[in-house]
Ligand binder design. Structure first.
Ligand code: BES
Ligand code: MN
Ligand code: ZN
Length: 521
């Protein structure tokens, strides 16, 4: 589906369907719809169809113009109550509208730009002006593009093959400002990244193996000119990545420690922003085997790595001029004959030793080598890891909110706000030093699991041991948000691509100078 700008008034536009948004039971409609009802849309103003439309979230009503009136259809899309408006609502509404178009075989729908005017402010202060036209346009396009996405590659017959929408037209009365055009371009790049992350995460583990992720990263490197390095098991071992190698030992699938580098000309001497993604392509738990119920869900344990690849897809397509490094420790976690065992002591890349209590706490083991390696080799200006790390983060925050922790409070707050502005919710958990007491070991420098409770914090506390104090670092635990059991419009049931938007936005907003996130800014 293309996105096209059309300089045309609503009454002269020749297309298939005009889309308007409406709140639930409004005292008056939004300005664009109001003016349409008073002019070329008089037929609709007098129609029962209009009064029957409630404006509930996900509600889409199609109304047909009489005779030869243009355009032949008007679509009203519900936003829910105005008092509870947040930009997420328009993202989902736009997704439902476009899906309806696809079902009906509508190939040229349009949204008048004026339909994005007159929105109330959001209730959450999100750092950016929330009801600004650019935020609404960005969300509308993100919803339209990502909401249509579906993973069908493994189905042999396409039972529901919806029509391809040719273009979504944006109607405006004068040529749009270049900033609005840029938003449309960025939305397309960002959604390409989201789609990649979703597809990789929903794909089964017999398809998305560590080698598959390595191949995906190589393809991105070829397409966009990234530098890539694929470190295999023997090399990782000889480099001293004892924790990563231990997790890989129980699997027959060859692991890969992937390093992707985007260094645009002129940024060679910049300290990079480093993104690290957990890439466990299947987490059986290893010798500390998981129960059989829902074990199939553990194909999603590479969602962090998928999100980082998604960000690289987005920043490659957008041609972003910042130096960014992606590090993806990828392996299965399996209970093979050579598998690592509870009680084993591992020597990590940092030199620190780790007593394995549970082989199911494998994510932090692959990440600790990635963090130590990244800090040492790249001297990052900022390092962010993203991982489906703990079931405990789901217990703490549920499935709609990801946990965020780090070693700089203003940085955590900076990322939280960026997330809020793109509909990805993060909430901080405390990372106080005393938590390390729970990780003390009798035989090694630390254990890989903590005491009872506070599981998400212990995992982060473990990671913190591998981050030098001078390196600004944040950790995103997306165990709850990488997957959804409900269709939100923007995202169908399954993998969400969560994190791509926040990290892409972070990369764009981050201005290489250290301390960029200072509150004083
Ligand atoms: N991959 C899991 C965490 C997870 C759970 C992700 C549910 C997505 C959905 C992780 O490797 C794990 O097994 N964590 C353990 C840690 C425990 C052994 C300390 C957990 O959360 O139970
Ligand atoms: Mn595990
Ligand atoms: Zn895991």
């Amino acid at each position: 589906m293309q996105i096209e700008w059309q300089i045309a008034s609503i009454s002269e536009w020749q297309g298939d369907a005009l889309i308007f948004f409406a709140f639930e039971q409004p005292s008056e409609y939004l300005p664009a719809l109001r003016s349409f009802l008073g002019s070329s849309g008089k037929w609709l103003a007098n129609s029962r169809a209009l009064t029957d439309f409630r404006g509930k979230p996900s509600e889409v009503a199609v109304m047909y113009a009489p005779d030869a009136a243009q355009p032949p259809r008007v679509m009203l899309v519900g936003l829910g109550p105005a008092e509870r408006f947040e930009t997420e609502r328009i993202r989902n509404a736009s997704a439902f509208a476009l899906r309806k178009c696809s079902e009906l075989g509508i190939v040229r729908p349009a949204i008048p730009l004026s339909a994005l005017e007159g929105f109330p402010c959001e209730n959450e202060a999100s750092g950016q002006s929330p009801c600004a036209l650019d935020a609404l346009l960005r969300e509308t396009l993100a919803g339209a593009l990502a909401g249509l996405h579906q993973f069908n590659e493994l189905k042999t017959k396409n039972s529901t093959s919806p029509t391809n929408i040719e273009s979504l037209e944006l109607l405006c009365t004068s040529p749009p400002e270049s900033s609005l055009r840029d938003i449309a371009t960025l939305a397309r790049c960002e959604v390409a990244g989201i789609k990649l992350a979703r597809d990789l995460t929903i794909s089964p583990a017999n398809r998305v193996t560590p080698a598959f992720l390595a191949q995906t990263a190589s393809r991105l490197a070829d397409r966009f000119g990234f530098k890539i390095q694929l470190i295999d098991l023997d090399t990782a071992r000889s480099m001293g990545m004892g924790a990563f190698a231990a997790v890989a030992a129980g699997s027959a699938e060859p692991p890969f420690f992937i390093v992707l580098e985007h260094t645009p000309p002129g940024t060679e001497n910049d300290s990079p922003l480093v993104l690290i993604g957990k890439g466990i392509t299947f987490d059986s738990g290893g010798i500390s085997l998981k129960p059989r119920e829902k074990m199939e869900d553990m194909k999603q344990d590479m969602a962090g790595a998928a999100a980082v690849l998604g960000v690289f897809e987005a920043l490659g397509s957008a041609g972003l001029g910042k130096r960014v490094v992606g590090i993806l420790p990828c392996t299965e976690n399996m209970p093979g004959g050579k598998a690592y065992k509870p009680g084993d002591v591992l020597r990590s890349y940092s030199g620190r030793t780790i007593e394995v209590i549970s082989t199911d706490a494998e994510g932090r083991l692959v990440l600790c080598d990635a963090l130590a390696y990244a800090a040492q080799r790249f001297k990052p200006a900022l390092m962010v890891d993203i991982a489906t790390l703990t079931g405990a983060s789901i217990v703490a925050l549920g499935r709609d909110v990801a946990a965020i922790m780090g070693n700089r409070e203003p940085l955590v707050e900076f990322i939280r706000k960026i997330g809020a502005s793109v509909g990805e919710r993060f909430w901080p958990l405390p990372l106080w030093d005393f938590f390390f007491d729970g990780l003390k070991s009798e035989v090694a420098d630390m254990k890989n699991t903590g005491d009872r409770g506070a599981g998400a914090i212990y995992a982060a506390m473990f990671l913190k041991q591998f981050v030098p104090d001078q390196t600004p670092w944040a950790h995103l635990d997306i165990a709850g948000t990488a997957w959804t059991d409900k269709d939100t419009g923007f995202c169908r049931k399954g993998s969400t691509g969560f994190g791509v938007r926040t990290l892409f936005s972070l990369v764009r907003n981050y201005g290489i100078r250290a301390g960029e996130w200072d509150e004083s800014r």
